[in-house]
Design a protein around this ligand. Structure first.
Ligand code: MLT
Length: 397
């Protein structure tokens, strides 16, 4: 068996992967299919954005990280001011987008609203230029998402945008969530934005977005497709399921938590927030969030439960030699923090993940469309499937 490789930068001179029968129907797990200039995922050290470990970037302005993903360099102070002003200038959402949200069925999941909303944004303001549309979409998605919260939850009329506040600050302002300490939520969501922005080239939502863009669909449609990928419970929607799981554990007593995990494992249940397709150590994004929780909500019962799970779930999962990664991932604690900061409906959590991940995927699409292969771009995705269970037949034979 050829060892699986991570999401690292490919050395194109080497034979990277030998494909044998056993690799088929494995969801392309570990197959090198392209190169990525925005981020890389080391199985032990976790994600790096353009070479920087994500934990080093956690306290930067989200806009500085967007700049990094697009320009492959961190901005200096002057460039950051100019970039924030540029994004603020792009944050114009056509009123018809918000009107269309008002008629969406409330029983639709917030991610279904996001998928629809990105399509509406595309129908009302695209330029057809991947870079321009990528930056416009990043600048406009805050207003879209704030209104998904507001309109679907029945919190009242839209709140006028103040783009000069900043990407995340303006989103929290426009969301106007009742009973929320906006300062605490903003602090959380700024860090959350940085941590969730990108995760190599091969995660499902990113791969889907780049595939769709390879057919020369525009950024908005590509990202709507990406968000459909992120919607699945095995991908982004795991952050919703994680809080529900923590609440099901329902205790901070370490022995009871351990007994709960053992019972779940024994009955084939999933331990949400643990393990990862690529990582083989604790996700640095989880580490940052555990530390943040000690600062923002040290006494919150769900946060405390997640801290106990960090120790006891790992202990139980490590007993099974078949489990390659028993450690917490990015979702293990994010829901507990979001809940403690006042956004208590877990159905919305994947939308917050999407708000951030749009930036990494859009930047990767720009690289694939406008930079790769000396500017020619990656050709339309067209992989090969081996025919199976299809004996040759004829009608009327
Ligand atoms: C993540 O952020 O962990 C992902 O998008 C999942 C992955 O890398 O496959």
């Amino acid at each position: 068996m050829v060892p699986l490789i991570g999401d690292g930068v490919a050395d194109t001179k080497k034979v990277l992967f030998e494909i044998t029968e056993e690799h088929l129907d494995t969801g392309l797990r570990g197959f090198p299919v392209g190169t990525c200039r925005t981020s890389s995922v080391d199985p032990i050290e976790g994600v790096h954005y353009v070479g920087y470990p994500v934990a080093d970037l956690a306290l930067l302005d989200p806009e500085a990280v967007v700049y990094l993903l697009f320009n492959k360099e961190l901005p200096n102070a002057e460039q950051l001011v100019a970039f924030k002003a540029d994004l603020a200038g792009r944050a114009k959402v056509d009123r018809s987008v918000i009107d269309m949200l008002k008629v969406l069925p409330k029983e639709g999941h917030p991610m279904e609203w996001l998928i629809a909303g990105l399509t509406f944004l595309g129908m009302t303001g695209k330029t057809g230029d991947f870079r321009e549309d990528g930056l416009n979409m990043i600048a406009r998605s805050g207003e879209l998402i704030a209104n998904i919260f507001r309109i679907r939850s029945g919190w009242g009329d839209p709140i006028p945008s103040k783009p000069e506040l900043g990407l995340v600050e303006n989103m929290v302002h426009m969301m106007g969530a009742p009973a929320v300490d906006a300062e605490r939520l903003t602090k959380l969501l700024r860090i959350y934005y940085v941590l969730h922005a990108d995760h190599g080239g091969g995660n499902l939502s990113t791969f889907v977005g780049k595939s769709v863009a390879s057919g020369l669909a525009d950024q908005y449609s590509s990202l709507a497709a990406s968000m459909a990928g992120l919607y699945g419970p095995l991908h982004g929607r795991a952050n919703q399921e994680c809080l529900e799981f923590i609440q099901k554990v329902g205790t901070t007593d370490p022995d009871k938590v351990e007994a709960f995990v053992r019972a779940e494992v024994a009955t084939g249940g999933k331990i949400y927030g643990f393990g990862h397709a690529v990582l083989r150590a604790e996700d640095p994004r989880a580490k940052v969030q555990y530390a943040l929780g000690e600062e923002l909500c040290p006494n919150d019962p769900w946060f405390r439960t997640s801290v106990v799970l960090r120790e006891r779930a790992v202990k139980v999962l490590m007993e099974n030699p078949k489990i390659q990664n028993p450690y917490p991932n990015v979702d293990a604690v994010s829901g507990a923090l979001t809940n403690a900061c006042g956004l208590t409906d877990p159905e919305y959590y994947t939308v917050l993940f999407g708000f951030s991940r749009i930036s990494g995927i859009a930047a990767q699409i720009v690289d694939e469309r406008l930079v790769a292969r000396g500017g020619k771009g990656v050709p339309i995705y067209r992989c090969k499937y081996i025919a199976r269970d299809q004996p040759k037949r004829r009608l009327n034979a």
